[in-house]
Design a protein around this ligand. Structure first.
Ligand code: IPD
Ligand code: CA
Ligand code: CA
Length: 257
């Protein structure tokens, strides 16, 4: 199934890349939350593929929601969790930072995660217990020990204007870390933590499809994912903090300050 997820993410990513930069139809889901024709086309490709090869599996996809009502979905062991285009705002502005994210749960536990960046042709992948890879080569998190030497990343949720805490956290991290980035694609941010490019990531208000694949890839690369208190992450109830493990407690202290 990992090979299936990789192939599907690659094909969906290529579809996104082919349309990237062209004039496309954009609709607003809320004041600043967009959806483009490409989100929808990518999601259609992924769902059609899953329905063809795994017709009994359930699906949770950003644009079309859950394939079954909650009580029926609970009886199905396998669930695909899909973000067909993570980084839609970037995509719509022609900023080349976006990806496809596909996770697979078995009985509520993540087993497979793939995040594909078609612009750089980078495929991040993980299977539980088998480690994480980038284009087939093993990756691991960074060894940065101190927050003052760490490059961090975060994201601004679409309802950021209603979140008072966010600006305080952001300001505190700017003062504590070596640098803070905001790239605009949470699944890719997590993949970069796994690859050691970022030492840590935090964001509130994310959805299961933003973090399903990326959180498994971070763990399989030797990193740590949790909620802001250090407890286990539920992909269904953000916030999320992910790191190389070494700066995790220091990040928690900043969030609690
Ligand atoms: C968004 C991106 C962004 C994050 C937002 C997400 P979308 O996903 O991951 O980095 O800050 O919270 O909703 O809408 O581009 O799929
Ligand atoms: Ca997303
Ligand atoms: Ca999306």
């Amino acid at each position: 199934m990992l090979d299936f997820a990789i192939q599907t993410a690659r094909d969906a990513g290529r579809l996104l890349a082919k349309r990237f930069g062209r004039k496309i139809e954009i609709t607003n889901k809320s004041e600043i939350d967009l959806v483009t024709e490409s989100d929808l086309a990518s999601e259609r490709l992924i769902i059609d593929r899953i329905k063809t090869y795994y017709p009994r599996h359930s699906i949770l996809a950003e644009e079309s929601g859950a394939s079954e009502p909650h009580d029926r979905a609970a009886q199905i062991d396998w669930r695909w969790i899909i973000d067909p285009l993570d980084g839609t705002t970037n995509y719509a502005h022609g900023y080349p930072c976006f990806c496809v994210s596909i996770g697979l749960e078995h009985k509520g536990r993540l087993e497979i995660g793939v995040v594909y960046d078609p612009i750089r042709d980078e495929m991040f992948a993980a299977e539980r217990g088998q480690g994480a890879s980038l284009n087939g080569r093993r990756i691991s998190v960074s060894r940065t020990m101190n927050l003052s030497a760490a490059l961090l990343c975060t994201g601004f949720p679409y309802d950021v204007r209603q979140r008072n805490e966010f600006a305080r956290h952001f300001a505190n991290f700017i003062m504590a870390a070596q640098g803070v980035r905001r790239d605009g694609a949470a699944a890719l941010d997590l993949a970069y933590v796994a690859a050691g490019r970022f030492d840590g990531f935090w964001e509130e208000g994310l959805k299961p499809w933003d973090v399903a694949a990326g959180s498994l890839i971070v763990e399989e690369a030797g990193g740590r994912v949790s909620n802001y208190q250090g407890g286990p992450l539920s992909i269904y109830s953000p916030p999320i903090m992910a790191s190389n493990g070494l700066v995790h407690e220091q990040m928690m202290s900043v969030l609690q300050a």
